[in-house]
Ligand binder design. Structure first.
Ligand SMILES: NC(=O)c1ccc[n+]([C@@H]2O[C@H](COP(=O)([O-])OP(=O)(O)OC[C@H]3O[C@@H](n4cnc5c(N)ncnc54)[C@H](OP(=O)(O)O)[C@@H]3O)[C@@H](O)[C@H]2O)c1
Length: 285
């Protein structure tokens, strides 16, 4: 089994190091706050002398500045740096140049599970950068979950990761508004849960509520049929939902922002089209 160095021992990096150890790899660990290496060293990891101590560096930190701070002026000749930290796509592209200037190769990544999911069925990570370099380490990285290569452009892994998180954050925030609204009428979260779970599942499915697919087909075709449920009708309905939240004495920033976006698409003259026409307003802020 290969040796790798895990740099960054927050909840994610620590679990990654444990997962690599459990898969039989030789693991070195480095963290800015050295005390976090203790539990992993007790499980068989080697304490790395520096963040650049190793040929395969797997980084999981708060952001890309932490990588610069950790590696400092270390030479990276021949090393492969796989960074699973959050950043902006442009930051990742710039980081690829920074690593290359030091003689190394950067693979950027976005991991799609929280710590308890690392290495478990269903876990996957988006990777971008040079595919042949990723291929050399894919067998090792597979310990964390499925290796999903999305392209040469170093920014792509983060764009896929953030695209998933936009859906995660916005749908779960709406779920909180919904739970709070029903809560004002005495409905318990557990009583709403089956309906919330139902719509999450239906939206990703194939039926009449399978809107992920319905909209993807629309976006591909560039047409947004609205005969059966126009955007105008939905803008009016969303306005009513915002009023319902206000009447219940709740916070409305996000639903109001959604309502403004729908109203704008309507005011731009596309109210008779379907919901998918909103993407045209998103594309032209
Ligand atoms: N947690 C999740 O559910 C989850 C899921 C998917 C992806 N992610 C991503 O995974 C990454 C790690 O997340 P996390 O939850 O483990 O914890 P985190 O709070 O995002 O990061 C903690 C790590 O960053 C290090 N760090 C912060 N600033 C630093 C600096 N200037 N120099 C060196 N090290 C620095 C910390 O070192 P110290 O210990 O010394 O403070 C620690 O090792 C993040 O980018 C996050 O967005 C998280």
């Amino acid at each position: 089994m290969s040796e790798l160095t895990v740099v960054g021992l927050g909840p994610m990096g620590s679990t990654m190091a444990e997962t690599f150890l459990a898969a039989g790899h030789r693991v070195a660990v480095w963290n800015r706050t050295e005390s976090k290496t203790g539990p992993l060293v007790a499980k068989g990891a080697r304490r790395a002398a520096t963040a650049a101590d190793g040929e395969l560096l797997v980084i999981s930190q708060i952001g890309y500045q932490a990588m610069y701070d950790s590696l400092g002026e270390a030479g990276l000749e021949g090393k492969v740096v796989v960074n699973l930290s959050s950043g902006t796509p442009d930051e990742l592209r710039e980081a690829a140049g920074w690593v290359a200037e030091r003689g190394g190769t950067l693979i950027t990544a976005g991991i799609m599970v929280p710590p308890p999911g690392i290495g478990k069925p269903g876990a996957y990570t988006f990777y971008s950068g040079p595919e042949e370099v990723l291929d050399r380490h894919a067998a090792t990285l597979r310990a964390l979950g499925e290796v999903t290569y999305v392209g040469e452009d170093h920014g792509l892994a983060m764009m896929y990761y953030q695209s998933q998180l936009l859906i995660f954050w916005s749908s779960l925030t709406s779920y909180m508004h919904a739970t709070a609204l029903l809560g004002t009428a005495g409905v318990a979260p557990k009583d709403f849960l089956p309906f919330a779970s139902g719509i999450f599942t239906q939206l990703g499915g194939d039926g009449p509520m399978g809107y992920a697919k319905i909209l993807a087909d629309s976006f591909e075709a560039g047409v947004y049929p609205g005969e059966q449920n126009s955007l105008h009708m939905q803008a009016v309905g969303l306005g009513h939902a915002v009023e319902a939240l206000e009447q219940a004495g709740l916070e409305t920033t996000v639903p109001k922002a959604l309502a403004r976006l729908f109203e704008r698409a309507d005011a731009e003259g596309r109210g008779e089209e379907g919901l998918g026409t909103v993407i045209e307003s998103i594309r032209k802020p």
